[in-house]
Design a protein around this ligand. Structure first.
Ligand code: ATP
Ligand code: MG
Length: 445
């Protein structure tokens, strides 16, 4: 008898207290809602295939809970989390900022239930990037972006690793998600890990799992990322930071398709596609002996370079409009566009932080803007005032004054009355300035 396919459950873990109407709206769309008091200590039970989304309801959260929530999220690093903020505006304290930085998206109360449900639906469908138009998640029409999009479409169906390169914030992770979305693996998990963010001692266990008792504190067997992502894609961000011993094991995954859990020497077959990203020059890391050459060659077969934002021309404006529109769907703001000067400033700016910086500036501007059109100051794109130190400024003024005086004296053959007329000051002032700048008239004449 054929096995009945097991449909993954869709579950929202609501940290806080959902209102009855909220519970009902989610249930109507097929979401199980599990309310968890935000100060409770929970172990979230889920099957590997379940789709679980966390929802941090900060509408009534006591400030003291922030740390607790942070710890909870740490334990469930692979869970995607949305947050609901109390009605603003209000200053966000730093601990809350770091909590929110880990969230996929934030909504401000009063909650727009239909956008929340829609967002959850997108997540269930594998995010908007997993729609058939995966590459369309990359907003922009510039020639350089078209090239990246074309490469992405070409690489997606090929079962080989991909190395995504590019400066910080250029959309490497978004491209990796789009690649997965367009690949035959799209219905299986896409799991991302930042190799630089895991303590070196835990990397092996995080990626390959461990057996019970493998090391102090390993009380139970734990599956690593490669096993959890079975059938899907593992995205290794900042691959240049992967410690050398983990590099060796990754090479084994790529060459033999097997892993060994820490504390075991039984190879286990895994079926994952590896997409890696780096903003450093891996060739140089190889030359310095920090990155295995053989691993580099394995990873570097299909390379996807993401262009810098400053090279994408008017995409900058398309993206700014896109981010503003998406902010407006989730928050109350008066801002609905940009002034002409603001648009010009956006185009002129050098964007060292690329698309992420643009996103942050637009969101910030949408919050602080008092008007319907965001201006240059809201975006904090005023040209930096050349701040001359006071002393230099004083010296420069004195030198200019002396030059002007000397010029006027020479032009008038050192005749004080005529010089005073040219300078439009009194004769007494001319004498005073000569003394001040130590110009000895008899000698000069
Ligand atoms: N072309 C794009 N269209 C729409 N959103 C984009 C685009 N490129 C990037 N973004 C958004 O910009 C932000 C940064 O992108 P992402 O995290 O993919 O960059 P990254 O290159 O991985 O950055 P880092 O090097 O810092 O890890 C994300 O919020 C992403 O959704
Ligand atoms: Mg990234």
């Amino acid at each position: 008898m054929a096995a009945v396919p097991e449909f993954p459950a869709r579950c929202v873990i609501w940290f806080g207290q959902p209102h009855a109407a909220e519970r009902a709206a989610l249930a109507a769309e097929g979401w199980q809602v599990r309310g968890v008091a935000s100060d409770a200590c929970v172990a979230i039970g889920m099957r590997g295939s379940d789709l679980v989304v966390g929802l941090l309801d900060l509408r009534g959260a006591a400030p003291g809970n922030v740390e607790h929530l942070q710890a909870l999220l740490e334990q469930h690093r692979h869970m995607r989390v949305l947050a609901i903020l109390p009605p603003g505006p209000y200053p966000t304290p730093p601990p809350l900022q770091s909590l929110l930085a880990g969230c996929v998206e934030t909504f401000t109360a009063p909650l727009d239930l239909s956008s929340l449900v829609q967002r959850l639906q997108h997540l269930a469908d594998g995010d908007e990037t997993r729609s058939p138009a995966g590459a369309q998640a990359l907003v922009g029409n510039s020639a350089v972006l078209q090239v990246a999009r074309a490469a992405l479409r070409k690489f997606a169906p090929v079962e080989l690793p991909v190395l995504v390169t590019g400066e910080t914030g250029t959309g490497k992770e978004l491209a990796a998600q789009a690649l997965h979305a367009l690949s035959p693996r799209h219905a299986r998990p896409f799991l991302a890990v930042n190799c630089g963010a895991i303590p070196a001692a835990l990397v092996q266990s995080e990626l390959f799992g461990h057996e019970r008792g493998a090391f102090t504190g390993a009380a139970t067997r734990r599956l690593g990322l490669f096993e959890t992502a079975s059938g899907g894609t593992v995205f290794l961000d900042e691959i240049g930071d992967l410690p050398l011993d983990a590099q060796t094991n990754l090479l084994r995954v790529l060459q033999e398709g097997t892993i060994e859990r820490v504390g075991s020497n039984h190879p286990l077959a895994v079926d994952v596609r590896v997409v890696a990203a780096t903003h450093i020059d891996l060739e140089q890391a190889v030359e310095r002996g920090q990155f295995r050459r053989d691993l580099f060659y394995r990873l570097n077969v299909l390379r996807l370079p993401m262009p810098a934002l400053r090279d994408r021309g008017s995409d900058i404006l398309l993206l700014a409009e896109h981010f503003l529109a998406s902010f407006r769907r989730r928050h109350v703001t008066r801002a609905r566009g940009f002034t002409t000067e603001a648009a010009q400033a956006l185009l002129r700016f050098n964007w060292p932080g690329n698309v992420r910086e643009l996103l942050n500036r637009v969101q910030r501007a949408a919050i602080v803007s008092e008007a319907e059109l965001i201006n240059v100051a809201d975006l904090e794109l005023l040209p930096p005032q050349v701040e001359m130190p006071q002393r230099l400024l004083h010296d420069a003024r004195q030198a200019a004054e002396r030059d002007a005086l000397l010029q006027a004296l020479r032009d008038n053959a050192f005749n004080i009355t005529a010089c005073a007329r040219t300078m439009q000051v009194s004769r007494v002032t001319v004498y005073r300035l000569c003394r001040k700048h130590q110009l000895a008239l008899p000698e000069l004449r």
